[in-house]
Write a protein that binds this ligand. Structure first.
Ligand code: FES
Length: 101
């Protein structure tokens, strides 16, 4: 009954719930975004688990976990603030969530 009311994201200790599924929270890889020069048309794989040593990009360290990289293709060449705290609600871009990480 309790879990039926969790239709969105909720955090409890080191875990969070998304639509009734319990998942471990991502590792905070940094408490500020990193500025990256994106190249138009290039596909990137943003690390969502926080365990990659090649931040902010996936290096396969998520294997065996609930996490998968977030693939995106840059629509234009530009400098962008990429999330390292892994709490952003607009991946891979920083939304200021690191203030609470
Ligand atoms: S290493 Fe973090 S999502 Fe792949």
């Amino acid at each position: 009954m309790f879990f039926d009311t969790l239709l969105t994201k909720a955090r409890i200790g080191p875990y969070y719930f998304v639509n009734k599924h319990m998942m471990k929270k991502a590792t905070v890889a940094g408490t500020a975004p990193t500025l990256v020069e994106l190249e138009e048309g290039k596909t990137y794989y943003w690390c969502s688990c926080g365990n990659s040593v090649g931040q902010p990009w996936c290096n396969g360290a998520h294997k065996g976990s609930d996490f998968t990289p977030n693939a995106f293709t840059a629509e234009e060449s530009k400098k962008a603030a990429i999330c390292l705290c892994k709490q952003t609600s607009n991946p891979p871009y920083c939304d200021g969530s690191h203030a609470n990480a």
